[in-house]
Design a protein. Sequence first.
Length: 343
Amino acid sequence: MKKIRKVAKLIWKRKFLILILLAVGIGVFWYSQRGKNTPIETVKAERKGLTRTLISPGKIAAETQAVLQFQTSGRLVWVGARQGDRVERFQAIASLDKQELQKQLQKELNDYLISRWDFEQTSGEIDYWNHWFELSDETRRNLETSQFNVDNSVIAVELANIALKNSTLYSPIGGIVVEADSPLAGVNITPSQARFVIIDPESVYFSLEIDEEDIVDISLGMPVEINLDAFVADSKQGVVSDVAFTPVASTGSPKYEVKVSLNEGNSDLKFKLGMEGDGEVVLERKTDVLSLPIESLHGTKNAWVYVLENGEKVKKDITIGLETDERVEILSGLGEGDEVVLE
């Protein structure tokens, strides 16, 4: 009975070992055949247009603006423009009381005449006595003092005349009054108490701030597609009109302002100051070039791809050109229609 049990146990061990070896063999066979049964995904090298762009946030700003303030104190007698008004170039905006300023100018003119008469009289007497006697140092000093008084009187007249001219504010540009911070007429003011800001709405542009590593790729005349938040379904077109030489005030790495002129202008005032959006600058554009999806490439400096030839993957070195976020230009190493493995 014991012998029968030993024989049965031995047979069971052998069967178990055979089952294990059989399972291992099946696994090895399945693994070896897995790559052969899985289809290889490929893409053909084809000719397309490629565009490399740079996207940056920005906002509408204005090139031409003027800040107007009085240069002297006085009584504000007239305000001719309020916030939102449209003004023309050289149009009067506000005025101080001219009566006091005119009186001051007249006083300075009178003082000038008095000092001039004193000088002429002193000079005439000195010329007469100088004919007979040598002038003393004191006499010469008196003559010079009289001349200084005349010069100071001339300066005082000029300053009074400037104050009279500056008593009225004129806009140096045509545009819209975007800020009018002034008290009501009839109030005595200091120069800082009346301030007007005028902006030419047709001088608006789209302002981008570009990082230093990207600014080297920006140049004048590059086309820009502008997508403003206020015009979601209507992109605007523009061109780079200016690239700043000095950075804007910002924290972190330097940023440089890039001005983008709007092709359609702003005669209808649709573009408002401060409108935000994104600008997509076209850095480089090529048409009808051989290209591949970027994910089919291997390597960086020395690039290569795997080409499918007779069902086998073959490594091929290539030379690349223009790169975009999705595709890359193939300069050499492949032909149109070659099947490249995607991995």
